[in-house]
Design a protein around this ligand. Sequence first.
Ligand code: DGL
Length: 274
Amino acid sequence: MKQGKIGIFDSGYGGLTVMRNIVNVLPGLDYVYLGDNARAPYGNRSFETVYQYTLESVNWLFDQGCELVILACNTASAKALRQIQQIDLPKRSDNKRLLGVIRPSTESIGRYTKTGVVGILGTVGTVNSETYPKEIARFFPTLLVEQEACPMWVYLVELNQREGAGAEYFIKLHLDRILSRNNQIDTILLACTHYPLLEKTLNKFIPPNVQLVSQGLIVAESLQVYLDRHPEIRTILGSGATQSFYTTDDPLTFETQASIFFGDSVRVQHVQIG
Ligand code: DGL
């Protein structure tokens, strides 16, 4: 019987914005979500730490029967994806797959801009890795890319401070900074899966000529294309339309937040990792 699941991993709540879109696009599959809330945010941590935490979490998802895991986290995609794909996966004999969120975003970002100048907002880890400018240059060599790290934004989401004067201060600070670098920016990619959860406050400060692009739908559509191109994976996936949610921190807090972010009420279990 086909029982393979799709694992979705993030440091915390952000990956739910990706999972929502994936479930909408591919509703019949079986999903396991893991949020490493106990160790979030990852964004200000070293390469080694992000790699170690991500590897532990991905291995846990594989142990739950996931055949394919999506790193629904830019920081993990920037700092751990390649190493796990090249070093750790080949050591296994079970042909598990791991995908990230950066590649689908960089493949499509050029289609959104008219001026040819795009802004990337992400965590310190994502921005410092320079993954976005390098990857975008491969697909859209003439695009100009401005980056800005927003170190407080993931805390605003994880600590449920998405609105109000504090959130507004930090959101305006980084939007003003990136927009002042180049007045031709007409497209800003929210290159952290937590950031769409700040949309209400972001929309207060975003000028009308600038569009915000979230990754959820981009990643979901790219997964659909990937599964069409890889029938050997598609055929081992179950079709029970189940969704399980796990967090490394308090499940009740996660349940309350996740129900808001995911749009459906969810049952969450605690898991100890690492
Ligand atoms: N959602 C993660 C990302 O896309 C947040 C990273 C963090 O934990 O700081 O980068």
